[in-house]
Design a binder for this molecule. Structure first.
Ligand SMILES: *Cc1c(COP(=O)(O)O)cnc(C)c1O
Length: 377
């Protein structure tokens, strides 16, 4: 077996209509694509580094991290991380001791659980209203705190996923922030699907921490994320090494030391602009959802919906899959044949998609595809 295949790798999904929730907000801008070529070499951003990534002035990382991003997300202190999960881990690892509790919504991303596990912290889930809307019951954070404290155990952090990656629900984050404040517990807002898509302000919400994902929602190449916090947490989460005085321990000194941070910066002007048009995205998502329901495909999660990520349910597609030789893969294949990318291979009864990157014209093609697939049976 030779290595030629490594020289011939092609992106097979290039040019297709992309409705994959994890990909629609991470598509590079033309400017970022060009920069990727310019800055692709290893530690390219470290040409003029004096010891800390966030203090590099050429390229202007310092300005981006300390002036531009704090304003953009309403945080007092910001750092670049390798992703939303790494940012969550840094916070949990700094605040929780093994055995402590993190209270999180039950729509939380798996990385919340894994980040807690890596620290040795336990996760207490706060329930949702269940099928079909799966709304987080914000008041239930209160009950969870009381229950844990009654046992003499410690709650290290409240965490809310806003929106979550299953249904695209946007719970009342201010309500959770208030509960956090009243109980003197720090509050982390997981905005992996928000920062870079919609206007977000950690300060207005009243959270202590906020995390975002560059490759999920800020038109950057992976892996890159952002961590914002109130100044009072700086000494806790960004504590420096005893031996290497300018190196922050949770960052292992430096995080994104190459091309991804450059794409994040190069896409930023377009990202800052696109969040101003978020209402149009919401309208587009609602229109699409309405059209799907007209085809008999039910939208789960909050209604009316307030995000481009949606989960749909169709018993009819599931029934069809039983008679097809490809089984559950038929839907994926039928869509791919029509140039539509992003429905997970194998799912039919319930599937997620995002309307963020596709235009209305493209989404009409998606709707027509579903209509044909349903009528063909
Ligand atoms: C995608 C996602 C993550 C993980 O983001 P990374 O930047 O890849 O770590 C975390 N939380 C939620 C809610 C997500 O949707």
């Amino acid at each position: 077996m030779g290595f030629e295949k490594f020289l011939e790798m092609k992106r097979k999904t290039k040019g297709m209509i992309n409705i994959d929730p994890i990909q629609t907000g991470g598509i590079l801008t033309p400017a970022a694509r060009k920069m990727l070529e310019e800055w692709g070499d290893g530690y390219s951003v470290c040409d003029f580094c004096k010891g800390r990534l966030d203090e590099i002035r050429t390229p202007p990382i310092y300005e981006f991290v300390h002036e531009v991003l704090p304003e953009f997300i309403g945080a007092e202190v910001v750092r670049i991380t390798c992703g939303a999960r790494e940012a969550k881990f840094m916070v949990i690892h700094s605040l929780a001791k093994p055995g402590d509790w993190i209270i999180a919504d039950s729509n939380a991303h798996y990385t919340t659980y894994v980040a807690a596990e890596r620290t040795g912290a336990r996760v207490r889930e706060v329930e949702t209203t269940g099928y079909p809307e799966f709304r987080v019951v914000e008041e239930a954070y209160e009950d969870a705190i009381r229950e844990i404290r009654a046992r003499g155990e410690r709650v290290a952090l409240l965490l809310l996923t806003w929106p979550d990656g299953n249904y695209g629900n946007l719970p009342d984050a201010k309500k959770v922030a208030k509960i956090a404040e009243e109980n003197d517990i720090p509050f982390l807002l997981n905005a992996a699907y928000a920062i870079g898509r919609m206007p977000v302000s950690m300060k207005k919400i009243g959270a202590d921490f906020i995390v975002g994902s560059g490759h999920k929602s800020m038109a950057a190449c992976a892996p890159v994320g952002v961590l914002g916090m109130k100044r009072e947490w700086e000494n806790v989460v960004l504590r420096t090494s005893e031996r290497f005085k300018n190196k922050e321990v949770e960052m292992l000194g430096c995080t994104v030391r190459g091309a991804p941070i450059i794409t994040l910066m190069a896409s930023f002007p377009a990202v800052a602009e696109r969040v101003k048009h978020w209402e149009e995205q919401v309208e587009k998502a609602r229109w699409f959802s309405g059209e799907m329901e007209r085809l008999g495909i039910k939208q789960l999660g909050e209604k009316p919906h307030r995000h481009d990520l949606m989960q749909f349910e169709s018993e009819r597609l599931y029934e069809i899959s039983k008679h097809r030789k490809e089984g559950g893969f038929f839907l994926y294949k039928e869509l791919k044949k029509r140039g539509i990318w992003g429905i997970k291979p194998g799912v039919t009864r319930r599937f997620k998609l995002s309307t963020f990157a596709a235009s209305r014209e493209e989404l009409k093609l998606v709707l027509r595809a579903f209509e044909e697939i349903l009528s063909k049976g």
